[in-house]
Design a binder for this molecule. Structure first.
Ligand SMILES: [Cu+2]
Length: 373
């Protein structure tokens, strides 16, 4: 495969790879920028929602052509952007909440762009793995089974004992084995988990990662209980927000230690073709995690708006205010809060300000609409 390295740029590989993959072709000049479709992916028709403008221009829309088969993948970016795995809840004898999650490691081929398959290693058959969500102070029990072909683990970014760390000798298990991680959910914030088997970069870029969010317990933060309640899933205050989970990832499709496809939540251009609905009057909160391997930095830029940012989500007051761009290295993460309340309705773009990543799939749209009556 040296000719790939020497002869073809990565952008060339994307279109070349598409042309070569099972008859899928790319013809950018005829592709209109993804129109918002309201077709059963959680988006009902909205009065007054205009079709997307055609930005194709002289250089085309720079987009993949066609659709990824979400049913075959077993996950759909338009659904998992709002999906939380909250586990099974019970009470311990001391009155504390025990929250139990079940996670399996599985080998699985997934389609990351139309016609481009990737031999992933997954948690629960999806990439990213389930977005685990707990409340500060919960006792967490994660029952992890390795049904894959290689040794794997779950290494949580959080506070726990050495023997629960998911590194070799501490919860890293062979195929067919099971391990139970147990620790207290702390600190509150926007965290992640990933496999910590060696070689680490292989186990991460193959797809073994997911978001791990711990909501603050309002009772522990009396000075900012209102803010804490707005972050706590299930409260009326939290229901007033539109929350999304976004894992920025990328795929090395020819195993040359460089990425060919970039995305948020795995599928290139998924949110260009199906913009994420935002009701204009409701504030937006994004739990953003970067897991991209091989590239030292990633970023998130919001168009026509600014946001407040909570680095790692571990504070109840913003660590950055009124910014339209933040950068993240691998495993860096945080919470973005913003509103389009005073904007016109329409399509607002978001993407990293590494233009190459954008052209290779990591770009999306918010479809800001009036509230549906
Ligand atoms: Cu692994």
């Amino acid at each position: 495969m040296t000719w790939l390295r020497e002869g073809i740029s990565r952008r060339g590989l994307l279109s070349g790879g598409l042309a070569a993959a099972g008859g899928t072709t790319i013809c950018a000049t005829t592709v209109a920028l993804g129109q918002p479709t309201h077709d059963g992916h959680g988006n009902a028709p909205v009065a007054g929602s205009a079709p997307a403008p055609d930005h194709s221009g002289a250089h085309g829309a720079m987009m993949t052509v066609g659709d990824v088969d979400a049913a075959r993948n077993g996950f759909d970016p338009s659904a998992l952007v709002t999906e939380w795995e909250t586990g099974t809840v019970s009470l311990l004898p001391d009155g504390r909440t025990l929250r139990t999650f079940e996670v399996t490691a599985e080998d699985k081929e997934i389609e990351i762009a139309p016609g481009i398959m990737f031999p992933a290693w997954t948690y629960n058959g999806r990439v990213p793995g389930p977005a685990l969500r707990a409340t500060e102070g919960d006792r967490l029990r994660i029952v992890f089974k390795n049904l894959g072909s290689h040794p794997h683990s779950m290494h949580f970014h959080g506070i726990h004992a050495a023997r629960m760390d998911g590194v070799p000798g501490a919860g890293l298990i062979d195929p067919g084995e099971e391990f139970v991680y147990e620790f207290e959910a702390r600190p509150f914030g926007c965290h992640l988990y990933h496999c910590h088997a060696l070689p680490l970069k292989r186990h991460i870029h193959k797809g073994m990662y997911g978001a791990f969010v711990i909501d603050p317990d309002p009772a522990r933060h009396p000075d900012q209980a209102d803010v804490a309640r707005s972050r706590l899933l299930g409260t009326p205050e939290n229901a007033g927000w539109q929350e999304f989970v976004m894992v920025m990832n990328a795929f090395d499709t020819n195993f040359d230690n460089e990425n060919e496809i970039y995305a948020v939540n795995t599928v290139a251009h998924a949110y260009m073709k199906r913009p994420i609905r935002i009701v204009r009057d409701k504030p937006v909160r994004i739990y953003l995690v970067n897991v991209v391997e091989f590239d030292p930095i990633n970023s998130f830029h919001l168009h026509a708006n600014f946001f407040d940012y909570y680095e790692q989500g571990t504070t109840l007051t913003p660590t950055l205010r009124t910014v339209d761009l933040i950068t993240q290295v691998q495993a860096q993460r945080g919470i973005l809060e913003f509103t389009y309340r005073d904007h016109e309705t329409g399509l607002y773009m978001f993407h990293p300000h590494q233009s190459e990543f954008t052209e290779l799939g990591w770009v999306g749209m918010f479809d800001v609409v009036e509230a549906v009556a």
